[in-house]
Design a protein around this ligand. Sequence first.
Ligand SMILES: *Cc1c(COP(=O)(O)O)cnc(C)c1O
Length: 399
Amino acid sequence: MANTNNTVTTEPQNTTQENTEQLRFAKRFIRDYQQIAIYKDVNPLDWEDWRWQLKNRIRTKEELAQIIKLSPEEEKGLDRARGKLSMAITPYWASIIDPEDADGPLRRQAVPVSAESAVSPHEMTDPCAEDRDSPAPFLVHRYPDRVLLLATDHCAMYCRHCTRRRLVGESEKKEDNSLSRFDAAIDYIKSNRKVRDVLISGGDPLILEDERLEDLISKIRSISHVEFLRLGTRVPVTLPQRVTENLVNMLKKYAPIWISIHFNHPKEITRRSKVACDMLTDGGIPLGSQTVLLKGINDRPYIMKKLMHELLQIRVRPYYIYQCDPVRGTQHFRTPVATGINIVEKLRGHTSGYAVPVYVIDGPGGGGKIPVGPNYVLSQAKGKYVLRNYRGKIYTYLE
Ligand SMILES: *Cc1c(COP(=O)(O)O)cnc(C)c1O
């Protein structure tokens, strides 16, 4: 049987009003990618098509070498990064990488390096012990009132610092796509009336087709004691084209839904990712950001401050800064804890409270998120607190 679906269209198929509008929108972003030789002739409508972006991800050393000059560390890393957490970089992300700078923040998050094969003694495969707290497949139940559902093991891009690298990646084996694979997880939530908050994450749930995601969301929404529903995704950062009008309209139907995005560096806030965030916010979806503290990427206070300020500009509320979990092969990303505490010290009081996320360490072995930060209580006696403010001035509060 002839298959007509795999021909790549290079011209818009018809010129209805909608298509003209889409084309006009898509053309706004041509100049962001056409300076890259291999994307020079890509039709803007293809570039804006998230499926095209996924299909054309950079998966091999040879493809990547056409865009950036690989460093010896990257060459070695690419030779070794086979199987789990293999490389996948969307053309969009490739277009925002600095091809000249091997230490660039966007490049280091996406391109494997040889340091990933070093494993330090306290690193673990499953540092947060999620597998131990799993009462049903794809479900993690750690806190009394909320659960984490791992909706897929795929992402648009595979972050080199991924904490769930034991699960996430593109395996050769055929994925079980059936909605029934979540039956046990959904039954567990149904029968556990204390669960009022469900976090759908993965992998990246927005990598699923709208219909599949809707099936899952509607099932969870129909459980009467689930009042708070949120998605954890990096798609607005790595594949902003995925945030379509259809997606937003679908999510709207199940309001209130909150979304946590994973932004790590000011360079991730582009004209295009801003559009994706605006569409979600305009659709009534509150956005938060979870940032992972990464050595050489965002471990300087002025970079973090800039990131937080720019997030507020695009209406994304900084939620957490995570200490980089001790997952195997990530030592080159990890900073001392003092680095994180110092960053919060430089934010709190010095800028808008909305720009100050909570710095947390996910307790190794399954402790959950534990806040760590500067200490403002100097001493505490009966009826008396001695405090310091952000400038180090001392104040006494009497109870
Ligand atoms: C982070 C996390 C949550 C959500 O925690 P919040 O502090 O409410 O954002 C829930 N379950 C697990 C297992 C988590 O790791």
